[in-house]
Structures are given as structure tokens and as C-alpha cells.
Design a protein around this ligand. Structure first.
Ligand code: SF4
Length: 296
């Protein structure tokens, strides 16, 4: 197939736009969408230090490459990569993430559950089973990322979440009847580092293609504990439906944004954990999790 904009060979077909695109026009289209997301959300400002949460997988590697290309020449925006090693055997090799950050030319730091909490995720799973592995992992990783962010003056965390991830989350919350999550504002909470998602309007397959075109050595393996049955079902339903109705994932992401709205500087109901000093709700979830896993 030929590119719809020139005579070169196409590398991708976008069902939602009806366009075949060559590598050159695919890159232009992809980067224009990611830049527009950043501009419309005012996600990056002069003076920001943006840290990419770099797992070493395709999405985070692609977002690191894109942000380096976008901000590499800017003196008023600093870019770095952070890799958290949860301690999952055979997954998330920090050396791989480091090699990717080095090849893109971005400073890289790492930290591990073992050093920070004295326990790995594998050890937590051995004690508590796999049922809550993602819940424990998410709470501990977020707290660790926030600590590193404070040490390095990070003002924004960049994640490689794509259109498919976002659309799945909206539909999952609807299927669970979770009105709170569907309508919870995308707020910036004082003391917490805001998150940015430049690829949230770009389909997963295009993010994967962008990664293949620009980054070498990223990891394709999945986490052995990623067993969310509902997300797997929702992914299948959405992919099937989107084949016949190509704009569906965009509609869901737009719906999610419309329901959540925006609200800045939300501090209501927050306080500081007496034990570790992190901002929290009534009780710091990180300290709760550590108590749970250490007691068992
Ligand atoms: Fe952690 Fe779950 Fe992600 Fe694995 S899938 S890295 S356990 S949050």
C-alpha cells in the first residue's frame, strides 16, 4: 500500500482516519497528537523537571524517546528517567532500562523495594498470595517514586499510558459501577507530583510501532502477576467492538475526561502520615501495606 500523503510505502493503516501512512508521515502524525495532548492539558511548563517512569517496556521507552526529541534542546525543561525495581524475578531488569535511557541520552536513577522497604514483591506474593499483588505493588511504587521525585526536584511524572489503556479503564469502572472513580476529578494534589500521559489519545499498536522505529532493546515480557481478569475481558470486548466502530476508544476516553473534569490543588481530607511523613488520607496506605506484609 502507498502512503495516503505521498508515494512512499505505508507502514501503518489507521482504520479510524482511513489513512495509510509511510514512516515519515506516521512519525509526523504521531508526534503532532502527543504534542497536542501536552499543549491542551498544559502539562509541561518552563522550569519543569519531567521524570519518565521507565519500566523498559515499549510504552515507557517510547515516551522517553518522544520527550527527549521534544524537549532535548530546551534549557528550561529538564528530563530524567526513573526505574523502580519491585523485585520480580525475570521481569523489569533495571540494566535494560538503564541501557535505553543511556542510548536516548537522558539521566537515569533507580531504586528498589528491597532497599527501600526490605522486602521484594516476590517475597510479598510468597506471603500474601497473588490476589492483591498489583494493589501492594502500586501503593509501594507510588510512594517510592514520590520520594525519589522530592530528592531530584521532579515536578511532573510522565507515563506511557496509551489510548487502549485509558479506554479500558473507563469501561472497567463503568462495568464495576464505580461512579467515584468515573467522576473523581483529575486533580493536582498539593505535595503529590502530577502525572502526564502524552500518548493517551494514541492507539497501543501505534505506540508499539513508534517504539520499534526508534528504540532498541525494550522489553516485551509482561509481569507474571498481571492477572487482572476484568481488564483482559474488557480488552477483548473493546478490540472486537472497535473493529466495527473504529472511533469507540476515543469516545470512551473523551467520556472519561468529561465525567472527571479538572480541579487543581485539592487538599481536602489529606494529612501527613505520622510515621513516614507522606501525604495521605486518613491513614497512610503505604504504612498499612508494609504492616500487612511484615506481619504475615
Ligand atoms: Fe506491579 Fe501488577 Fe504492574 Fe506487576 S502488573 S508490575 S504486580 S502493578
Amino acid at each position: 500500500m502507498q502512503c495516503s500523503k505521498c508515494r512512499r510505502d505505508a507502514v501503518v493503516f489507521q482504520r479510524y482516519s482511513g489513512l495509510h501512512l509511510c514512516e515519515h508521515h506516521f512519525n509526523r502524525d504521531f508526534e503532532a497528537k502527543a504534542k497536542r495532548a501536552i499543549r491542551e492539558h498544559r502539562w509541561v511548563e518552563s522550569g519543569d523537571t519531567v521524570a519518565v517512569a521507565l519500566s523498559g517496556g515499549k510504552d515507557s521507552s517510547a515516551v522517553l524517546f518522544f520527550l527527549r526529541r521534544l524537549f532535548g534542546e530546551r534549557r528550561d525543561v529538564r528530563l530524567m528517567a526513573i526505574t523502580v525495581d519491585e523485585g520480580i524475578a525475570g521481569y523489569r531488569d533495571p540494566a535494560r532500562a538503564r541501557a535505553i535511557a543511556d542510548s536516548i541520552g537522558v539521566p537515569w536513577v533507580t531504586a528498589s523495594f528491597a532497599d527501600e522497604y526490605g522486602i521484594t514483591l516476590d517475597e510479598i506474593v510468597a506471603r500474601k498470595g497473588t490476589g492483591l499483588s498489583c494493589s501492594y505493588c502500586g501503593v509501594l511504587r507510588r510512594a517510592l517514586m514520590n520520594r525519589i521525585a522530592r530528592e531530584h526536584g521532579v515536578t511532573k511524572f510522565a507515563y506511557g499510558f496509551n489510548l487502549d489503556d485509558e479506554a479500558q479503564s473507563v469501561l472497567m469502572n463503568a462495568l464495576r459501577g464505580d461512579a467515584d472513580r468515573l467522576t473523581r476529578p483529575m486533580r493536582e494534589t498539593e505535595g503529590m507530583v502530577p502525572r502526564i500521559k502524552p500518548f493517551m489519545y494514541i492507539p497501543e499498536r501505534e505506540v508499539a510501532l513508534y517504539a520499534f522505529l526508534h528504540v532498541e532493546g525494550f522489553d516485551l515480557a509482561g509481569c507474571p502477576y498481571a492477572g487482572d481478569a476484568l481488564r483482559g475481558d474488557v480488552r477483548g470486548i473493546l478490540d472486537d467492538y472497535t473493529y466495527r466502530h473504529p472511533a469507540t476508544k476515543y469516545s470512551l476516553v473523551n467520556l472519561g475526561e468529561a465525567l472527571r473534569g479538572t480541579e487543581k490543588n485539592h487538599t481536602e481530607g489529606l494529612r501527613v502520615c505520622e510515621r513516614c511523613g507522606e501525604l495521605c488520607g486518613k491513614i497512610c496506605r503505604t504504612c498499612q501495606v508494609l504492616d500487612e506484609v511484615r506481619r504475615s
